[in-house]
Write a protein that binds this ligand. Structure first.
Ligand SMILES: Nc1nc2c(ncn2[C@@H]2O[C@H](COP(=O)(O)OP(=O)(O)OP(=O)(O)O)[C@@H](O)[C@H]2O)c(=O)[nH]1
Ligand SMILES: [Mg+2]
Ligand SMILES: [Zn+2]
Length: 500
């Protein structure tokens, strides 16, 4: 294929499979009364499907072949349909409800009784689609099948795919952390802060994630049953052009209870392996030193530490460190203000004090990120928790520590009536976006070069005699915004422009 298609990977907001619609046959749910004759006539009475025997078997059956076929290649699909009323058991949906949502067979079966589906086939006379969309992206979100408009479904689990999938970059953010670490509160505070740039799309589960908006002050412990994800369209301004770029963000919360062992993670955290970024929340009120300052008793600190083992085993990080960018977030940083490590040092204290958000540009300052990482590591060492640092380094390849306070105050001591003043909440999120090339940073330097007055058209000559000509030393300011992957190219380009 000569022309590059503008196609992005799709992430299913239900089963979290990540795939390219260029490599798979896309599936479409048929309208009422339509049936794909390839699937046979719909039986009058559905037989109860047998329960799969082993976990491995389930996983295998859940997967589908990873090759896209059309009549041009092998595996021809004949899509001529015959209209028969009725619904049939959708095996993939059934598996999704039982294996992923933990439903019993009866409930899963009644939910999985659905209209039949068809696979996309370029050559089928029954299928009509937007040719421009096909040429631009290499897939069609909507097809008209026998005169009826159909929307696509995930080829793995047969749940509906989000509109715009495959056309916009999709980023999946997952959180992990022990019970009461502040995960749910963090997501809510974050959504409030970036709310002007968000549009909720997908399933209507946003209330599960944004309890501030539902009027409740603090959430109760998150349900240990598998949670729906929260899907949003996010606008990110390109600081150079001022143009808005659109991303689809999928947030996945989890109950802390489900993070405490490898087995529990494997049963519930299906989102984790395909994450674009992970927020690993640590609760500082569980550290003995801090608990003492707060006048609390704690004997649960070891539990929190167990999470590292669970995550290490879950990702099999023994062989190779986890590549997914991970923000290790010390939440509730408001409770750290009183500790002498911060209290006695103005420079360090600034990171746990409320700070003004006004005038802050929506870009990632990597110097600040490094500083916060260093200060947090120093703090953990000071309170005798250097083991956190070494564990983090052992598991995660691309990681940074962050200090945030979602509420800005401690409801346990100050009551629950205060105004919410989130502190540094966007930092880990922005850093994760940056690691995914979905946010900008800024670079400036003083670039010194020797201006010879001779412009060499052939740069190879520069290595020869011409390089010995000592010109006048010139200093220029270079300044530019960049996405992570652009840095080297942009820097070279800017230096060249100056030197010319
Ligand atoms: N001091 C302080 N306390 C906080 C902050 N954020 C959350 N908390 C406290 O931590 C409690 C738990 O927060 P959640 O977000 O529900 O914790 P979680 O990690 O989602 O817990 P599970 O759902 O049980 O896994 C809240 O009810 C608050 O009391 C904060 O920024 N500062
Ligand atoms: Mg929660
Ligand atoms: Zn799916």
């Amino acid at each position: 294929m000569a022309k590059r298609l503008k196609c992005e990977d799709i992430v299913c907001t239900y089963c979290y499979e990540r795939f390219s619609p260029l490599k798979l046959n896309m599936h479409y749910r048929l309208a009422d009364g339509m049936v794909n004759p390839l699937h046979g006539e719909i039986p009058v009475e559905e037989e109860k499907p047998e329960e799969p025997e082993t976990k491995e078997q389930v996983e295998n059956e859940f997967r589908i072949s990873s090759r896209r076929t059309s009549r041009r290649s092998a595996g021809a699909v004949n899509s001529a349909a015959k209209a028969i009323k009725g619904k049939r058991l959708d095996e993939k949906l059934f598996k999704f409800y039982t294996d992923r949502m933990g439903m019993g067979a009866t409930e899963a079966q009644s939910r999985a009784m659905q209209n039949d589906f068809v696979e996309f086939d370029v050559d089928s006379p029954d299928i009509d689609y937007d040719a421009t969309e096909w040429k631009t992206y290499g897939f069609a979100e909507n097809i008209v099948y026998k005169g009826t408009k159909l929307k696509w479904i995930c080829p793995y689990c047969h749940n509906p795919l989000v509109s715009g999938a495959g056309k916009k970059k999709m980023l999946l953010f997952s959180v992990i952390g022990d019970t009461n670490a502040g995960k749910t509160v963090y997501f809510s505070a974050l959504q409030r802060l970036i709310g002007d740039n968000l549009l909720y799309i997908g399933n209507d589960d946003s209330d599960d994630y944004n309890f501030f908006s539902s009027g409740t002050r603090l959430p109760s412990s998150t349900n240990t049953k598998p949670l729906p994800s929260c899907t949003m369209m996010y606008l990110q301004k390109n600081p150079e052009t001022g143009e808005s770029e659109e991303y689809i963000l999928i947030f996945c919360d989890i109950a802390g209870e489900n993070c405490t062992s490898e087995e529990k993670l494997k049963r519930t955290a299906f989102n984790l392996p395909n994450s674009s970024g992970i927020l690993f929340m640590i609760d500082p009120t569980r550290f003995e030193t801090i608990a003492t300052i707060l006048g609390k008793k704690t004997n649960v600190e070891e539990d929190q530490h167990r999470l590292f083992t669970a995550v290490y085993n879950f990702f099999d990080a023994g062989g190779r460190k986890l590549k997914i960018p991970t923000a290790i977030v010390i939440g509730k940083s408001d409770v750290l203000r009183k500790h002498h490590y911060f209290d006695s040092d103005e420079d360090k204290k600034q990171y746990v004090l409320p700070y003004s958000e006004s005038g802050k540009e929506n870009i990632v300052d990597l110097n600040v990120t490094d500083k916060v990482d260093e200060v947090t590591r120093g703090f953990l060492k000071t309170i005798g928790k250097g083991v956190y640092n070494s564990n983090v380094d052992m598991i995660f390849d691309n990681k940074k520590y962050f200090l945030v306070s979602s509420l800005g105050y401690d409801p346990e001591r100050e009551g629950d009536g205060n105004a919410i003043m989130p502190n540094r909440v966007e930092e880990p999120f922005m850093w994760l976006l940056f690691q995914n090339d979905a946010a900008y940073s800024h670079h400036s330097e003083k670039y010194t070069y020797r201006a010879t007055g001779i412009k060499l058209m052939n740069t190879k000559l520069n290595k020869g005699i011409f390089s010995k000509i000592k010109g006048k030393e010139v200093e220029k300011d270079i300044s530019f915004y960049y996405r992570k992957s652009e840095f080297e190219t942009k820097l070279a380009q800017k230096r060249n422009e100056e030197a010319e």
